[in-house]
Design a protein around this ligand. Structure first.
Ligand code: ZN
Length: 226
């Protein structure tokens, strides 16, 4: 198996792809946000420390996150079976990740980056609707709820958030600026794989899945001839 990293701006469908990959390849998803939330929820010593930092309105130091990441990388249960989602966020984290990965004799096999048009992402986010009754997800621009595809009353349809266009564009631009150096870092190591995120979710998934299978074969061959 392989450790992979998934990048994508808000609205690129990163969460959906991560979920598919976790299910298909029995990967364990590492998201620094989830890790922090879990510590806080379990009220561990570290969790309480983190909570007081967040409550003070400060940013959680990379050291805390690195410690949590190491706990999982060092766990043999997840050996070469990790998918990183939303981590690493900066070059320092990427370098730390590299050293942790090699410390535990593993490797990053591929870094997927979902590329999308800003305009489309805005519509994806602004148009998103969830039916509170049956759980189906629609989009007022791309896949609206109709009598043919949905039986519930319209009153159950809920917009996800009160995000406005300016906020979303700002979030995407911030993402681009912050991620670019990290993507370049992986590009220099020939690990970057750019995926056209403008296509249908299922088609994007098929492409990523196919690449995952080639990684698998390749790792298997390496193992075979070692
Ligand atoms: Zn419904």
């Amino acid at each position: 198996m392989a450790n992979v990293i998934l990048f994508g701006p808000p609205g690129a469908g990163k969460g959906t792809q991560a979920k598919y990959l976790v299910d298909k390849f029995s990967l364990f998803k590492i998201s620094s946000g989830d890790l922090l939330r879990k510590e806080i929820k379990n009220e561990t010593e570290l969790g309480n420390k983190i909570k007081s930092i967040i409550d003070q309105g400060s940013l959680v130091d990379d050291n805390y996150i690195d410690g949590l990441i190491e706990k999982i990388i060092s766990n043999k249960k997840y050996f070469n079976m990790l998918i990183f989602d939303g981590y690493p966020r900066n070059i320092n984290q990427a370098k730390t990740l590299d050293s942790l990965i090699s410390k535990y004799d593993q490797k990053i096999s591929c870094v997927f980056s979902l590329k999308v048009d800003h305009e489309v992402v805005v519509k994806r986010i602004l148009g998103r609707q969830t039916c509170l009754s049956c759980g189906l997800i629609f989009n007022t621009f791309f896949s609206p709820s109709t009598k043919e595809n949905h039986n519930c009353d319209e009153k159950h349809l809920q917009k996800r958030s009160d995000d406005n266009e300016a906020t979303i564009i700002k979030r995407i631009k911030t993402y681009d600026i912050k991620t670019l150096p990290v993507l370049n870092y992986y590009s220099d190591q020939n690990l970057l794989c750019e995926i056209d995120g403008m296509r249908e979710i299922s088609i994007i998934y098929k492409e990523i899945r196919a690449i995952m299978h080639t990684l698998d074969t390749w790792l298997y061959m390496v193992h075979l001839y070692k």
